[in-house]
Ligand binder design. Structure first.
Ligand code: WQD
Length: 345
């Protein structure tokens, strides 16, 4: 029996596609809306190959409220929304702030506006550990203060969190959960879906796997003079399938009324910090493939070290990160190899 119908905005993207798979595995029906600005429709085939179920796919833009009205009318009975649709490149956001504020805020406002109209009860928002800025101490809990955003992208995450809080406080008949992701990496173990960056990757793992494949000559490690054991930055790298499962737990919690709180926030990370150099080492150990790399200067705006205290998610959501970093690295490599087989990269 179906657990209900969920709208996944940005559902053909990296995290959205993995979450759609886990929702379907858990017994939810999924309707995806995506404007394909940073993904393509073949992803729906990948999801179907993994789960045996083809989600409903609507190509459209959530900034357009008429498109959303149509979607809700054509797919009655949606009880929850997971909002992945957003512009997400930190560097680009500095160049095009208006695009970032327009997209990320309008998408959110439209969805929140329509939830009561169509009787949608639960809302999961993709937030980011970027809202914490440079932590005063690690691991960081949800109670830590948020700090001034260092990019328009980060600012949109903070503003969106605030908008959701205001809407819930206003008495809107909805529940919301904010998930603050740390650094999502890896791919589905089947390599049917994964991350498909546009152009030269800005994030560490896609650049690393492309270098291992010979597409890039060398990985630049941005700084080895930080105040960390090996001098490189430290992050909490969370496997994307584990991350996807956190969304299912969040929806279950809201839709099954397991909490009296209308708004909750959870860190979604492993609880362990790994340095950039340790991550490269883990990849090489897990795959046996060498990654040519060199140390270069620091990248502007980087946080020195941050990792999650995921205790709340562990205890309240009953969710835990499960996948080892080695398995995650193997999944990322298998995906990169699949892209090569398909002649994509
Ligand atoms: C990780 C570490 C780099 C590339 C940002 C956003 C976050 C999320 C993911 C959304 C850093 C180092 C990187 C490279 C390197 N956004 N690095 N060489 O900056 O932690 O997080 O992206 O979608 O909200 O803030 O992730 O993967 O870019 O960097 O040495 O070629 O790897 O300096 O220390 P980051 P990242």
């Amino acid at each position: 029996m179906s657990k209900g119908k969920i709208l996944v905005t940005g559902g053909t993207g990296f995290i959205g596609s993995h979450t759609t798979v886990e929702l379907q595995n858990a017994g939810y029906e999924v309707v995806i809306i995506d404007n394909l600005s940073n993904s393509n429709a073949d992803v729906v085939d990948g999801i179907e190959r993994i789960t045996g179920i083809r989600p409903v796919f609507v190509e459209g833009d959530c900034t357009d409220i008429d498109t959303l009205h149509r979607l809700f009318k054509e797919n009655p009975g949606i009880t929850g929304i997971i909002n992945f649709a957003a512009s997400k490149a930190v560097g680009e956001s500095v160049q095009k702030p208006i695009l970032y504020y327009r997209n990320n805020l309008n998408i959110l406002l439209n969805l929140l506006d329509l939830m009561p109209v169509y009787g949608v009860k639960g809302f999961v928002f993709s937030s980011s550990c970027t809202v914490y800025g440079e932590p005063d101490q690690n691991p960081i809990t949800e109670a830590a203060p948020t700090k001034k955003a260092t990019s328009p992208y980060g600012a949109t995450k903070q503003i969106c969190e605030g908008i959701i809080a205001d809407v819930v406080r206003s008495g809107s008949p909805i529940k919301a959960i904010l998930l603050r992701y740390f650094n999502p990496i890896g791919a589905h173990p089947t390599a049917e879906i994964g991350e498909l960056p546009n152009g030269v990757p800005q994030n560490l793992v896609p650049f690393l796997t492309q270098t291992a494949m010979g597409i890039r000559k060398e990985l630049s490690v941005f700084g080895n003079d930080y105040n960390t054991p090996d001098g490189s930055c430290i992050r909490d790298f969370i496997n994307v399938v584990d991350l996807a499962k956190a969304h299912v737990a969040a929806l279950d919690r809201m839709l099954e009324d397991k909490s009296d709180e209308a708004l909750e926030v959870f860190n979604i990370g492993t609880g362990e910090g790994l340095s950039v150099l340790q991550l490269i080492d883990a990849f090489q150990r897990a795959t046996g493939v060498e990654v040519p790399h060199k140390i270069v200067g620091r990248r502007e705006g980087d946080i020195e070290q941050i990792w999650a205290d995921p205790k709340r998610a562990n205890e309240v959501l009953g969710w835990h990160a499960e996948t080892s970093i080695e398995d995650t690295m193997r999944s990322a490599w298998k995906w990169q190899q699949r892209l090569r087989e398909r002649g994509i990269m």
